[in-house]
Design a protein around this ligand. Structure first.
Ligand code: HEM
Length: 371
């Protein structure tokens, strides 16, 4: 495809996006099942105590219930898919996938919701709560909140056109939260590549997991005017992030009031319009591509073009770590390979230190530990 025709198809796609965004009743096509090579996954093929058929007899309708709530929630607001995927990530990186992120403050709990990476940023709690309420009706005290997070992350990916995978289940819920763990273990957006690799290694994840999982599904909450801006500037978006998370790249990347030189020029100029030097920290900047609400590999193309929004995206290519550079290029070319690795890496991430057996509990309400 020539550059001109690619640009053209992206204009068309962006216009389709405008139509999509103006339709509040749009329902996403479902299911799109691109099966990745998701069997077994990390930790030598699975985590003891977790297996896909865990609820086969105790709550056979679990996935149907999760999917029916997700379909409605994502149909109402496509960005919700992204938010739920991220919720699982922020849960798993803090004392394992144990739903600690869902706990509210109480006499014994200091909630993770106020940590640096989560505060004013993480969302999707109401949807998890709705799923839990339905599951409590259908199969009381059977399905853990941690498994609901994992099922919602997979369902959100599938509903957005991404891969599916065989999801090991049987996680139990924690009776504790870990605010300092949330601050320490979730990578900040200005991370160096060494930082990112180290924080992933700490969880038993490698560079392949880092690159595939960072190809995060970033769905837009864009305004009509913003789309017009993108179309006319030739930019493509892939995401939603607050200005505060990438501002440093625009105004002071190196401590000498200079911008990040890896940012493509037009893109950089556009970003500055929406993210001024002072103020506007909570302005949301969407990144998009030809298919803004689809889970696809254009994130990697954007990185190749100097249009990765976060520093942590960009350094996957420019951070001088051979393996991540290679993977970015490979995934930009081959969506199927990206999907396969993403599915595997999601299983590996979902296997981080789960609580199993008779430890932990099955919470009745995801926000509180049982009395
Ligand atoms: C590699 C390290 C990562 C860093 C530094 C990072 C950082 C960020 C930041 C700063 C935002 C914007 C938050 C805001 O402005 O409020 C974001 C959004 C997001 N991240 Fe990541 N992330 C990383 C990895 C991941 C992983 C592994 C996943 C999922 C598997 C993920 C999924 C998402 C999603 C889906 C969003 C959009 C959420 C929404 O629109 O509500 N991220 N990330």
């Amino acid at each position: 495809m020539t550059k001109a025709s690619m640009g053209c198809s992206k204009v068309v796609s962006s216009l389709i996006l405008v139509a999509f965004l103006s339709s509040s009743t749009f329902t996403l096509a479902f299911p799109v099942s691109n099966s990745g090579s998701g069997h077994g996954g990390g930790f030598g093929g699975g985590y003891p105590g977790l297996y896909p058929e865990f609820y086969e007899f105790s709550c056979p309708q679990v996935n149907d219930i999760v999917m029916s709530v997700l379909e409605k929630a994502i149909g109402r607001e496509p960005r919700m898919a992204a938010s739920l995927l991220r919720l699982h990530f922020h849960d798993c990186f803090v004392q394992g996938c144990d739903a600690s992120i869902l706990l509210d403050d109480s006499t014994t709990i200091v909630s993770e919701k106020k940590s640096g990476p989560n505060n004013n940023s993480i969302r999707g709690f109401d949807v998890i709560d709705e799923i839990k309420a339905k599951l409590e009706q259908a199969c009381p005290q059977t399905v853990s909140c941690a498994d609901i997070l994992a099922l919602s992350a997979r369902g959100s990916t599938v509903l957005s056109g991404g891969p599916s995978w065989e999801l090991p289940l049987g996680r139990r819920d924690s009776k504790t939260a870990n605010l300092s763990g949330s601050n320490a273990n979730i990578p900040p957006p200005n991370s160096t590549i060494q930082n990112l690799v180290a924080l992933f290694n700490r969880q038993g994840l490698d560079e392949a997991d880092l690159v595939a999982l960072s190809g995060e599904l970033l769905v837009n909450v864009v305004s009509f005017l913003f789309i017009i801006f993108l179309v006319s500037s030739g930019s493509h978006t892939i995401g939603v992030a607050r200005c505060v998370t990438f501002k440093q790249r625009l105004y002071n990347q190196y401590g000498n009031n200079q911008p990040d030189e890896t940012l493509e020029r037009n893109y950089y100029n556009g970003l500055k319009t929406y993210c001024p030097r002072s103020g506007g920290d909570n302005n949301i900047f969407p990144l998009d591509l030809a298919s803004p609400i689809r889970f696809d590999n254009t994130y990697f193309e954007l990185i190749l073009w100097g249009k990765g929004l976060l520093n942590s995206d960009e350094v996957l290519l420019t951070g001088n770590v051979g393996k991540t550079m290679e993977l970015v290029t490979e995934y930009a070319k081959h969506e199927g390979i990206f999907f396969g690795q993403f599915a595997k890496s999601m299983i590996r991430m979902g296997n981080i230190s789960p609580i199993t057996g008779s430890n932990g509990e099955i919470r009745k309400n995801c926000y509180w530990i049982n009395n």
